[in-house]
Design a protein around this ligand. Sequence first.
Ligand code: M6R
Length: 600
Amino acid sequence: MCGIVGYIGTEDAKEILLRGLEKLEYRGYDSAGIAVINDGGVSLFKEKGRIATLRDSVDENEQGTAGIGHTRWATHGAPSQVNAHPHQSNNDRYTIVHNGVIENYSQLRKEHLQNVELTSDTDTEIIVQLVEHFAKEGKSTEAAFRKTLSLLKGSYATALLDNEDPDTIYVGKNKSPLLVGLADGVNVVASDAMAMLQVTNEFVELMDEEVVIVKRDKVTIKTLDGLEVSRDSYIAELDASDIEKGTYPHYMLKEIDEQPYVIRNIITKYKDDNDTIKLDEDIREAVLDADRIYVIAAGTSYHAGLVGKQLIEKIANKPVETHIASEFLYNMPLLSEKPLFIFISQSGETADSRGVLVNIKELGHKSLTITNVPGSTLSREADYTLHTYAGPEIAVASTKAYTAQMAVLAILAVDTAHAGGVEMEFDPLQELAIVANAMETLTDQKESLEQVAREYLSVTRNCFFIGRAMDYHVCLEGALKLKEISYIQAEGFAGGELKHGTIALIEEGTPVIGLATQEHVNLSIRGNMKEVVSRGAYPCLISMEGFEDEGDAIVIPRVHEYLTPLVSVLPLQLISYYAALHRGCDVDKPRNLAKSVTVE
Ligand code: M6R
């Protein structure tokens, strides 16, 4: 989704801003822009489409050493050059970039800007016009900025330039993430540390309703009331090489291949010296203490949560409900007496999940976030965090984060079972090591999976995934993966549910991918595959060693039945990848999508 960068130093700002925006491309955007400031004023460049187009439009002779930049994912107003950020106030004095959504923008316009003509359709423009409005009333820029932010309802991360002061960037945030990076005689602003690793790895995190006055040699944090706040900086544990593609053609393929290493990394991180699970005592107690767990997530993380429910209920004997965050927000079920909320989120920034977190905190309930980004909003605001240690996931289509989430959920389930005195023979660390090896076997079979994608998905209009039990949850994920990157209409169904309507969609040659990796439903799902074949479907069955059958398209190595989703999803990820490639789609940056969905 939208991204922000800012730079104030001694070097060529335009180049640093453009490079920063390129690092944020993976988050999804439809237009981009930069504003560079020097003694002569502000130069503005913005374009619809890719950063490469913006780069071509930037004046090579632009020499400013400070500026701000933005990638926009349209919410208010269509993707266009006019609606792209930065936006300027009518007298051109102020220039702004903004992430988030201003909910009361029409009301603010009516109250304060009745005679101001707006240039764009965005909510953002209201912010910059308000700053000009309050500055015209005689306020200093800082005071006008603080006053404006105090009136905003909704979410914002924002950076502002003042034509009359080329040595300052003003930033502010509420609900949307924003960091200020520190270096010697140089300071930067970024909505994601990755964008500015090119300059520094030392960052200061901002809290909601704070503003920062960023100069070359000084950074001052204040509340909206103008009170100074002091905060220590931290070193971002990110290696710039983690976010490079290396020799891979796409991040998605690299991240699929990384899964065995991620699982081994998780084993190391969650193992103590006695080879048993190492988990924070407070987390253990919070889970034990709960009478019911509510898992809240979106998209792929929701699919991991569906598997997590099975794992926690089967292994730890504790009731779990898994909910789609955006639905839970408006349709909360009756809660148990002592609920624990588990938020699953790769980015830790998903607005729908955060909305639920804010609500349940108000109700006084405890929360745990399982995330790949420990400093993220959901991690900071929940009572506890479990890290998935998957390393930065850049491709919009989530792969390694999903398997990492399920691995951590399995560990949590077993730890809860042990702590609660539930007897079992399942050793998750040992079984996860077997999973990592099985994943490697599958990532070595790219050629045959590419062949499956070519044969089944090169030209089809639609595709169905069917499975039962945990295989069904993996089918939902397989279908999501395929539709988001190849734009084939794909749906995941419970095998037994087909006859209740969906089977009407099966025509001669319709691809149906079946999963049969759970022994107790092996025969019944094979029966469901026969039903679709009798109606003309083109079947592709993925089964598991030990109960495979002649004619199965792919046989995955045997792993413990609780952990099959971690392995069975790999062929689906690879098939989706190759299908998108064969159909000429932009695998890492699918249309209309954003990596981190920071608006509701
Ligand atoms: O960062 P999160 O895990 O909270 O994101 C949730 C979804 O937006 C995300 O999983 C999305 O469905 C993926 N891009 C799918 O591949």
